[in-house]
Design a protein around this ligand. Sequence first.
Ligand code: TRP
Length: 338
Amino acid sequence: MAKKVILTADRPTGKLHIGHYLGSLKNRVALQNSDDYQTYVMIADVQALTDNARDPEKIRRSLIQVALDYLAVGIDPAKSTILVQSQIPALNELTMYYLDLVNVSRLERNPTVKAEIKQKAFGQSIPAGFLVYPVSQTADITAFKADTVPVGDDQEPMMEQAREIVRTFNTTYKTDVLVEPQGYFPPKGQGRLPGLDGNAKMSKSLDNCIYLADTADELKKRVMSMYTDPDHIHVSDPGKVEGNMVFTYLDAFDTDKDKVAELKAEYQHGGLGDVKIKRYLNDVLEGVFGPIRERREEYAKDIPAVYEMLRQGSQKANEVAEQTLQEVRDAIGINYFK
Ligand code: TRP
């Protein structure tokens, strides 16, 4: 049976954090290492530019950081094709053809885009490229004929829009060249790691992240600053574990579930201090992210080699996307000189 094709992507607007690891990167490595899938991992710099066009240096800087994060967690260029979106010209051309198959009001109705527009406070100056990025994303997915797209819940509207475009294309041009993709969502309640401060989301702007690149000292400082139970003042006080980030993170990263259950009981009963439990969490996180950090530092010693890896991945991806583009042109009937 043909392998399933997976595409995942990240916008390079900063370093990746342990929330990305839990919600996405870890799973990508598992998929890459199973024999059932062919995996593409894309650094979506074109998409990142849709709201950062005036700060390309940020994208350029972040691109290499994201590539290092990938390599550090075990995304392996021998198994996954790691590509840079801007280096695949066919994506732009596909986007152009798909744009003619969606109408503006449909784009304006996309709930994720709507929420982002509000959050980014564009006012009256929404970049046209931003409004249409779901169409560009459909080009990303279809260029590689990806049938499976692991994404967060917020990307459901993107997948819906991608399927609509695929169906419209295939019906309009009486073809089956485009493959309808399915989102692959994290199990309910398991998707998102909250921030250190208890905010629902880890985000750079809230300064509540632990980055994969953080040093052991930074990690420790971050853990020591975590939001716990504000009413747990004395060690002997009974404490709450719900909404207490230390226990949320232990649930997420400690594989010793019996130990976690024991610690929770002790904390709830009273007698387990925040400093002690944070030290324990720090050890757990160090166990998971220490080796990742070390690998990251190794790769960071040879940045030209990382660029070369990206160049080769992009070249390989380019051949696949170019092939799809030719099929799309054939389907539309604009390969005049063939
Ligand atoms: N929009 C995605 C995000 O913000 C990134 C992305 C770009 C993507 N192109 C994609 C995801 C194609 C899946 C498939 O995370």
